[in-house]
Design a protein. Structure first.
Length: 198
């Protein structure tokens, strides 16, 4: 399947979604993924869209303590932050990936797009659209054979970074996001503020 064919796992994000932070963990139950991300344990519960609105109201899009929802989608579980970027913090992704693997996707709808991949507590590759010189991480060249055709290596250009990173996430990891339904209940909660870096 090529990146122009319909029905890919992250097509939902190729629509009119200007900002998102998604954290994926392989084989973790949704409530465990949220715990590892630092959810306030008193806020952790299954909720539908109306419950989220009723319970969190004006704080739904808070940047410091973002509301996050999670569900299983294939082999992976995703957590979608409503207004924050906790999943882009390497400490959070390392915690999520202990004993498994994790991927973080971020887009601000402008020029910034990020992908991080961690395995068993270690970030192995990091891509950032504004730092195109080299991938980072403990094994930054792990995905070079997949990065080159997508224009995600220096000297290669193959379209907007957001679509290239989504295609990479689909092809390298098999990630997908099924569009949420308003009446469907998801594990959710409010993430605690990130600790300041030492």
């Amino acid at each position: 399947m090529t990146s122009t064919e319909p029905g890919r796992g992250l097509d939902f994000l190729r629509g009119d979604i200007p900002f998102y932070t998604l954290t994926f963990a392989k084989g973790l139950p949704p409530e465990e993924l949220l715990r590892r991300m630092g959810v306030d344990p008193d806020s952790l519960a299954p909720r539908d869209a109306a419950d989220l609105d009723d319970e969190f109201g004006d704080t739904l899009l808070d940047e410091d303590e973002p509301v996050v929802t999670a569900r299983v989608d294939g082999a992976w579980t995703w957590a979608w932050e409503r207004g924050g970027t906790h999943g882009t913090d390497e400490r959070v992704l390392a915690a999520v990936s202990r004993g498994t693997e994790a991927v973080s996707l971020y887009s601000d709808g402008k020029p910034v797009h990020r992908l991080l991949h961690a395995v068993d507590g270690e970030v192995v590759i990091g891509l950032h659209s504004l730092l195109p010189d080299e991938p980072t991480g403990s094994d930054p060249h792990r995905l070079d054979d997949r990065l080159r055709p997508l224009g995600l290596l220096p000297g290669h250009h193959a379209g907007p970074a957001v679509h290239a990173m989504l295609t990479l996430a689909e092809e390298a990891f098999g990630l997908r996001v099924t569009p949420p339904c308003d009446d469907e209940r998801y594990w959710s909660g409010s993430l605690l503020p990130l600790p300041h870096e030492a």
